[in-house]
Design a protein around this ligand. Structure first.
Ligand SMILES: Nc1ncnc2c1ncn2[C@@H]1O[C@H](COP(=O)(O)OP(=O)(O)OP(=O)(O)O)[C@@H](O)[C@H]1O
Length: 340
């Protein structure tokens, strides 16, 4: 297990990672490090890999401080955004690279290359030139190369960032399954919360050099630590609510408490609403009014002014117009709560 204690990283005089405490590889096999651009995710990952010196604190693996362990002795597999394959070598030579450096013989290396090409679903491609691969195939080969020496930890830095959207979702799931099949604890850095939810068993959210929340994806969305986390994860509105008698009362309606909200204590709280957590339909006697509409594919994204003057975003499954009165139905499983 990887543990960080009070880790800080500086560039010159500027500290960009501030005293991070973190544990990876305990309950979860795949952990996402999620945060906005520039918050320090890559810097922290590079410090874990040994590519960046720590200014303070301890990075340890299975209780052993890695301060004196150079990059190549850490036994960590690293994959970057653009894979960084060796262009003059074949797929097989790229994957075998770390094996010959560890003194593994030709036959054993060839067998391991074959195993890994099966794992990343590129069987029979060992003799292809890496320059002939698509972006998605190249990232699978980079993953295979990093996994080949059986690292004790995988560090993936935005491995999908250079790929187009549809390929990203497919490969996100594939990468997560590949590292799980290999049984290797993995940290994946991403700024995309959808990608984090697709890939990870546990998500740590980073903001401004600090880890501010850690939870399994479903719980993270439903019980964010604070309003910043909620908004970063897609909440369009954060409104006042009250828990009483196993129900949550909100300005957009009441819901029964279940799943990750089942253990909420009674009392006032803040309720986080993603646009898809509220569905609206025309209702002439309602006091909520549509103030803006944007068409989506098969639905409408709607901004609604509530009687108290505040506004929420919602989804309409049938066309509504600006000025129309609408009734709101909260989708219980998409609502989050801060506090309590
Ligand atoms: N080599 C460097 N020298 C000086 N400053 C750096 C260096 N690398 C990163 N920084 C700065 O450190 C901060 C954190 O950068 P980092 O790349 O770790 O963030 P990030 O969360 O991974 O963002 P992104 O997703 O955009 O890569 C940023 O302000 C960045 O400009």
């Amino acid at each position: 297990m990887l543990t960080l204690h009070d880790v800080s990283v500086q560039y010159g005089d500027r500290e960009v990672v501030h005293g991070v405490d973190w544990a990876v590889g305990g309950n979860a096999l795949v952990t996402a490090l999620l945060g906005p651009s520039g918050c320090g995710k890559s810097t922290l990952l590079r410090a874990i890999a040994g590519l960046e010196p720590v200014a303070g604190g301890i990075v340890a693996f299975d209780g052993v401080d890695l301060a004196r362990t150079p990059v190549h002795r850490r036994d960590f597999g690293v994959v970057f955004q653009d894979g960084q394959l060796f262009p003059g070598r074949t797929v097989g030579q790229n994957i075998a690279y770390g094996l010959s450096r560890r003194g593994i013989g030709r036959d054993e290396a060839a067998a391991r290359v074959g195993e890994l090409l099966d794992l990343v679903q590129l069987p029979g491609t060992a003799n292809r030139r890496v320059t002939e691969l698509s972006g998605g195939q190249a990232q699978r080969v980079a993953l295979a190369r990093a996994l080949a020496p059986r690292p004790r930890l995988m560090l993936l830095d935005e491995p999908l960032a250079a790929l187009d959207r549809r390929l990203r979702d497919d490969l996100a799931v594939a990468i997560s399954e590949i590292v799980k099949t290999s049984g290797t604890p993995t940290v994946v850095v991403t700024h995309d919360h959808g990608e984090a939810a697709l890939m990870a068993d546990e998500v740590s959210v980073m903001n401004d050099g600090v880890i501010v929340d850690t939870a399994p994806p479903q719980r993270l969305w439903r019980r964010p630590a604070d309003e910043w986390v909620a908004r970063f994860l897609g909440a369009a509105a954060v409104v006042d609510g009250t828990v009483s008698d196993a129900r949550l009362q909100t300005p957009v309606g009441d819901v029964a408490l279940d799943g990750d909200l089942a253990d909420l204590a009674q009392g006032p709280c803040r309720v986080t609403l993603r646009p898809d957590a509220v569905v609206v339909a025309p209702d002439a006697v309602s006091k909520a009014e549509v103030v803006r509409v944007r068409p989506m594919v098969g639905s409408w994204h709607v901004w609604v002014r509530l009687p108290d003057g505040s506004s929420v975003e919602a989804v309409a499954h049938h066309r509504v117009d600006v000025g129309q009165r609408v009734a709101m139905t909260p989708m219980a499983e998409r609502i989050g709560v801060i506090g309590l």
